[in-house]
Design a protein around this ligand. Sequence first.
Ligand SMILES: Cc1ncc(COP(=O)(O)O)c(C=O)c1O
Length: 392
Amino acid sequence: MRQLSQRVLAASESQTLSIAARAKQLAREGHDVISLAVGEPDFPTPECARRAAIAAIEEGKTRYTESSGILELRRAVAEKFRTENHLLLASEESVLISCGAKHSIMNALHAICNPGDRVIIIAPYWVSYPAMVTLAGAEPVVIPTSPADNFKLHPERLRDYFDDRLACVIINSPCNPTGVMYTRQELAALADVLAEHECYIISDEIYEKLTYTTRHVSIGSFEQVAHRTITVNGCSKAYAMTGWRIGFMTGPAHVIAQAAKVQSQDTSNPTSIAQYAALAALQHAATDVEHMRLCFEQRRKLLLDLFAAVPAVRALPPDGAFYVWLDIRLLLTEQRTTADIATELLERYYVATVPGEAFGMAGYLRLSFATSDEHIKRAVERVATFLESLNS
Ligand SMILES: Cc1ncc(COP(=O)(O)O)c(C=O)c1O
């Protein structure tokens, strides 16, 4: 048989999706599964977006659009990037609308990576980054962070990786899975070091609107790296629109032009109807977003308060996103790995979580609070019962 693509064979499958599939299977078999593994808001898409989509269908806006996205949406996104994120170079020409933020990142990587290039990923990282870099033909280079640094990268550490092969550094703030955010000062320090080396920066800001402790800042707003930063965002998390598949990015015009070329030969435009829904969300959904953010803030507090009373584990208070990074290192033994604990929690206590290995760091579980208070309370009770069983 002829060999398949080495690039594709080398890329891993999404572990979060396989856990979600197992949780669904157990639920189908009649078990009372509580999933803290989900990566999407459990809120409805804002009404303005739903109505705009229906109107788009009825008005016949159902044909191919410009491959890079409709002009009105590119304008609205450029305006958002300029006014909210201070990305002064953003314009309708330097914005590309894609089929989700994942697609935006993939297009950007295709545009900038050559075989043998390296892309820095900071661990713990979003599950898909390493595979995406591999699929783009480059080599993922993972820099681990430590709990002592609150899982943030020390800028000086980057210097060790500066060489001709370094094509790009991916920054994700707020971070999935830790919820950690870089402050303005920390980003300024990162930007200063990155300014010393000619590489691109992909800033994944998909959780920008869901923050609790500090204001979100875009690294692309720092003058020293503005001309090399590709800023990615989208509708999935902010507007509870995961299924609509709308992501967007802005960056240097020459990079966006090549990314747009990739898209034009690959998917063409994102769904026309979803683009009109996204436009309405950007223009009219601020109140819905704030409502959702406040609900997440309350659930965050609930989950943290409940875990404060559970011995042997420690929950890291997230600055943003909707995940809690639970330190379970005290529970690990030679025989019991993080993945074993997640498997046992799911198979015996019917609580779905994602083990830290999926994010490049064992010793932790990612718990999503994109679920009801009731589920959160029952899930923590079950985790506590599981922990007691380990001691007895
Ligand atoms: C950090 C991060 N970036 C990007 C994405 C992808 O977003 P989208 O659904 O818009 O492709 C996700 C989704 O989970 C994410 O957590």
